[in-house]
Ligand binder design. Structure first.
Ligand code: KG4
Ligand code: ZN
Length: 357
């Protein structure tokens, strides 16, 4: 029996400090030995959003014991670790620097390779922690900072098919929650409110619904919700608005995903049609079930990370580390923190006024 790689993953790109140890079994199926996540919700609650300086300070306070706890809970010794993988971007630079510097220092202390990981690639590979997936596959990445359709050609090889031209979907959920008076971070509460409301009560805009391929836009939706939120008074009206928002998002994703299926097939002519949904918003149960039905209608296999691996975590960073380790794709110790680090570096920048679709 050969020794399987043991990878330490570290994540600190935003407001979660996380560390994880993973390995794999004889068949090459990943095994999560520990997955420690410390959220900073309480630190940022009173400000209604993430405050970068406070987030960085909190990472600094916690990183040592989070990594120590991840190693202890894994049941393995430091000397058994084969490589250290840290998120190097995209994210808040003051936050990224904490996990990145810690990872580099740790790797050089134990004299093992260091691997810099793109946080978005972590999300992209997160379903590999519980499903076997071959390349290529179509990915819908929906998080607090990104909303994209990508054709995942291979490790590190992405072709962007569509992106949001303004807000990210998670941001739209969070802003809607704020307007409904839900405490930060409220995105995940929307579907709970929505269950008690009438989804047909408000007609909300669906920006670029009939143009722009599988590009997305949510800013107009936010403006409409802002206007309506000023006119509502009762709890029931709030539930109705949440339900109408949730339904509008489902309609948009239904239509845009069908377009993305076509574009993915044109690009790859794939033998197996696989659709992976990842990122924090992939935890939304109604979006999940709508996309599962859409996949059944279109002969796609739908693949989601486990709910607890949709949000930011270090197991997904270790997962990228594991794949890179096997290919001996190591990073130099002067690898920079990259606040902006698109998966498809060649894709055009599609944000702001004047964007032509
Ligand atoms: O991937 P993630 O943890 O962090 C980023 O990399 O951005 O995503 C966080 C986002 C937040 O905007 C949060 O509101 C959203 O995911 N989110 C949800 C749900 N759970 C988390 N949005 C809709 N429904 C949910 N159940
Ligand atoms: Zn994330």
């Amino acid at each position: 029996m050969s020794k399987k790689p043991l990878i330490l993953g570290i994540e600190s790109s935003c407001d979660e400090t996380a560390a994880s140890l993973i390995t794999e079994n004889e068949e090459g199926v990943p095994i999560i030995l520990s997955n420690i996540i410390s959220s900073q919700v309480d630190v940022h609650k009173e400000f209604g959003g993430v405050v970068p300086e406070l987030a960085a300070r909190s990472h600094i306070e916690k990183i040592d014991w989070i990594v120590k706890k991840a190693i202890n809970e894994s049941g393995r010794g430091i000397e058994e670790i084969d490589a250290v993988a840290s998120t190097a971007g995209p994210g808040l630079i003051v936050c990224l620097s904490v996990g990145l510097s810690f990872g580099k220092a740790f790797a050089s202390t134990i004299n093992k390779p260091f691997i810099a990981v793109n946080h978005l690639e972590g999300h992209a590979l997160s379903p590999k922690l519980n499903s076997k997936i071959n390349y290529p596959y179509l990915l819908l990445l929906i998080s607090g900072g990104h909303s994209q359709y990508l054709s995942v050609q291979n490790l590190g090889k992405y072709k962007r098919l569509g992106t949001t031209i303004d807000d990210a979907l998670g941001e739209a959920f969070d802003k809607t929650a704020k307007l409904l008076g839900i405490e930060f971070p409220g995105g995940s509460q929307i579907e709970i409110f929505a269950k008690k409301g009438d989804p047909n009560k408000y007609e909300l805009p669906k920006p670029i619904f009939n143009k722009g391929g599988c590009n997305l836009s949510f800013a107009g939706l936010k403006t409409a919700i802002l206007k309506i939120s000023k006119t509502i008074n009762t709890e029931q009206e709030k539930f109705n608005l949440a339900a109408s928002f949730q339904k509008t998002i489902e309609d948009i994703l239904y239509k845009k995903t069908k377009i993305a299926f076509n574009e993915f097939e044109k690009l790859n002519n794939p033998q197996e049609k696989k659709f992976v949904v990842a990122g924090g918003v992939a935890a939304n149960k109604k979006i999940r079930s709508m996309l599962i039905d859409l996949c059944i209608e279109n002969n796609y296999e739908s693949i989601f990370p486990a709910i607890e691996l949709c949000g930011d975590n270090a197991a997904m960073i270790a997962m990228v580390g594991l794949e890179k380790f096997k290919l001996k794709e190591f990073s130099d110790l002067d690898h920079p923190a990259k606040p902006r680090w698109p998966l498809d570096e060649k894709a055009a920048f599609l944000k702001g006024a004047g964007v032509e679709l």
